[in-house]
Design a binder for this molecule. Structure first.
Ligand SMILES: [Zn+2]
Length: 180
């Protein structure tokens, strides 16, 4: 378990964003079938709902391999995805040549990536992380009518698997203004 300070160490986020964040502990079943405690950095305003989501996933024994704040990966999303690490906050731009902030920056949106190696982001013929292949029947996969998808969609989150231009199977997001 790490502290909030450790979970934010080295982030480029402005102080006013950091002020709105908290470190949430959640229980989950790992791919080993055992109970683990994970930690997620989330906006305070969304924390109660995110706790409820992870409690429901736990009740349904949904396998989530690991949940470690991304500071442990030096804010490197590729390294976190390749390690199948579930995470929320990461102040960063989108990796598409624009300088747009990712919804994971927790400025206008909150976003969570679940089991990213099992649920890669597919853009054309490229998968992120590379070498990851999306198989709806795989352990920890997010798929139509699966528990993970219904738990998030029931609470009004948008699934990246439904985006028009890309299939970001790991990704859920929701506007922060909808929590007010
Ligand atoms: Zn994402």
């Amino acid at each position: 378990m790490i502290t909030f300070e450790e979970a934010l160490r080295g982030s480029k986020a402005y102080p006013e964003i950091v002020k709105g964040l908290q470190l949430l502990s959640v229980e989950h079943f790992g791919y080993d079938g055992k109970v683990h405690t994970g930690q997620l950095v989330v906006p305070i305003i969304a924390a109660i709902e995110i706790r409820e989501i992870f409690e429901t996933l736990f009740l349904f024994s949904v396998p989530i391999e690991k949940i470690i704040p991304i500071s442990k990966y030096n804010w490197d999303d590729n390294a976190s995805m390749a390690d199948n690490n579930t995470s929320a906050f990461n102040f960063r731009t989108i990796d598409d040549g624009t300088n747009r902030l990712s919804p994971h920056s927790c400025v206008d949106y909150v976003a969570i990536d679940i089991n990213p190696f099992t649920n890669p982001c597919v853009i054309g013929n490229n998968n992120f992380p590379t070498n990851a292949k999306y198989k709806p029947e795989a352990k920890g996969a997010i798929y139509e009518e699966g528990v993970i998808l219904s738990v998030f969609e029931d609470k009004g989150w948008t699934w990246g698997g439904r985006f028009e231009s890309i299939s970001d199977y790991q990704h859920f997001e929701k506007r922060l203004s909808s929590f007010k």
